[in-house]
Design a binder for this molecule. Structure first.
Ligand code: IPD
Ligand code: CA
Length: 271
């Protein structure tokens, strides 16, 4: 039996409760996919509903904590040191297209540091959870990052910018460097799950820029507690502020980081 703090239990049960409606809505999306109207409006309302349940549940249990949410923005709490950072559906584009790869992400920040994280993938009932100093878990199983040491055996996930997002040229330069040195790149479409999968040793690392705090807050502590490293592109810990992340197992963080730095020297590739 693993022992979990009351706070982590609150986070996990909020995620499970919110996921019940989300799974029903996902079933609907699969139907709407083939209709002319399309599922977009429906998905926005699923996002809002999910966030509302998460907020209600977390607020009930810890009334003083603040919030930073994808939909609802920032809400100050009377406890200035704690806040929840929430993404109700990370992987919205997948959800919208009926692709079963999306998650609820909840991070708990204390004085600027993420101390607990939950990433719940409801389709396969995978509950990734971690607390600082207490290890990372997938359901009841302890997680450990992968043991691969060689770049040419490693696979790395990333996010690809699209229309309306900056960073296209920089992404192409990053990808060119990583593909030439690794066993491959994956783009699954959920940053929260990308971090969770690094923690689970499913792939060796993940990098992305132009990302928001709620995409990554739940997953950062998972990787660290599973024995991996997470930094920004300067090797510092300002991922949430800068909106960039380099995460990998303990052996390959440095080589991945160095590759990404090498394509950023002299100012990188501005759009
Ligand atoms: C997106 C996903 C995706 C990442 C994007 C995010 P959303 O979040 O995490 O993997 O590449 O940068 O915006 O829109 O699905 O909540
Ligand atoms: Ca997101």
């Amino acid at each position: 039996m693993i022992t979990r703090s009351a706070t982590l239990n609150v986070m996990m049960s909020a995620a499970r409760k919110a996921a019940r409606g989300l799974i029903r809505d996902f079933g609907e999306v699969e139907q709407l996919q083939v209709s002319l109207k399309g599922p977009s409006d429906f998905v926005s309302s699923a996002d809002l509903k999910t966030e509302k349940i998460l907020r209600q549940e977390l607020q009930k249990a810890r009334p003083a904590f603040g919030f930073l949410m994808e939909e609802g923005g920032r809400i100050e709490g009377s406890d200035a040191s704690h806040r929840w950072i929430i993404d109700p559906i990370d992987g919205t584009t997948n959800f919208l297209h009926g692709i079963p790869h999306f998650a609820i992400s909840i991070g708990l920040e204390r004085d600027g540091e993420i101390i607990a994280g939950v990433v719940y993938e409801p389709v396969h009932d995978e509950m990734f959870h971690a607390e600082k100093g207490a290890g990372a878990y997938l359901n009841e199983h302890r997680l450990r990052v992968s043991a691969r040491r060689r770049m040419d055996e490693a696979i790395f996930a990333t996010g690809i910018p699209y229309k309306g997002r900056p960073g296209h040229r920089q992404f192409l330069a990053d990808a060119e460097a990583v593909m030439a040195n690794s066993a491959g790149i994956r783009r699954f479409g959920s940053a929260a799950l990308d971090l969770a999968y690094v923690a689970a040793g499913r792939y060796e690392g993940y990098w992305e820029s132009g990302i928001k705090a709620w995409d990554i807050a739940g997953g950062i502590v998972l990787v660290r507690e599973a024995g991996g490293y997470v930094t920004d592109f300067d090797g510092q810990g300002d991922m949430l502020q800068k909106g960039e992340v380099v995460a990998a197992n303990d052996q390959l963080h440095r080589p991945l980081f160095s590759l990404l730095q090498s394509v950023r020297k002299d100012g990188g590739h501005p759009d």
